[in-house]
Design a protein around this ligand. Structure first.
Ligand SMILES: [Cu+2]
Length: 168
């Protein structure tokens, strides 16, 4: 008898605890899920490092155009070029006129037999073999009129095969 009277309130208390535990567990589980959901939503938003855009800027700015040097004007002597021919018995042209200090370039071609061109005052004596072309150059550093002549015996008119170099 004593045990039955004592059991009834204990059972009621146990049932009440179970109900409280069930309700409390429901709210604990619900609150736990909501709390976990908010933390997982916040975490990926924070972890966004937007750094790759910074690497694109230095590349275009580091391309520097190569400096173009200013054009240099050569300050050497003026060049005077002459195309001459030699044939029995004369030079064409037979008179060459330049300025003092000019660099004189002469290309002379023999149109028939072998000839020569000698300018003694400029220590020049070149042979032009038959049908060939000889190119030579010198600085006209002396003013005056300087005769030149054929220096290879080339026939009956050889002694009259002459010209002149005029340096003004
Ligand atoms: Cu000659």
């Amino acid at each position: 008898m004593n045990s039955k009277k004592g059991l009834a309130p204990v059972v009621v208390v146990i049932i009440a605890l179970i109900i409280v535990a069930a309700i409390g567990g429901y709210f604990i589980v619900k609150g736990g899920n909501s709390g976990a959901a908010t933390t997982t939503h916040n975490a990926p938003e924070v972890a966004n490092p937007p750094t790759p855009a910074a690497n694109n800027n230095p590349n275009p700015t580091t391309i520097t155009p190569a400096p173009t040097p200013p054009p240099t004007i050569p300050s050497g002597p003026n060049v005077k070029t002459f195309q001459m021919t030699a044939k029995q018995w004369g030079f064409t042209p037979s008179t060459i006129t330049v300025k003092q200090g000019d660099l004189v370039k002469i290309s002379i071609t023999s149109l028939d037999v072998s000839h020569g061109i000698s300018i003694p005052d400029y220590n020049i004596d070149r042979e032009i073999s038959q049908g060939n072309t000889v190119i030579f150059q010198f600085i006209a550093d002396k003013k005056g009129t300087f005769p030149f002549k054929c220096s290879v015996l080339c026939g009956a008119g050889h002694s009259g095969m002459k010209g002149q170099l005029i340096v003004e």
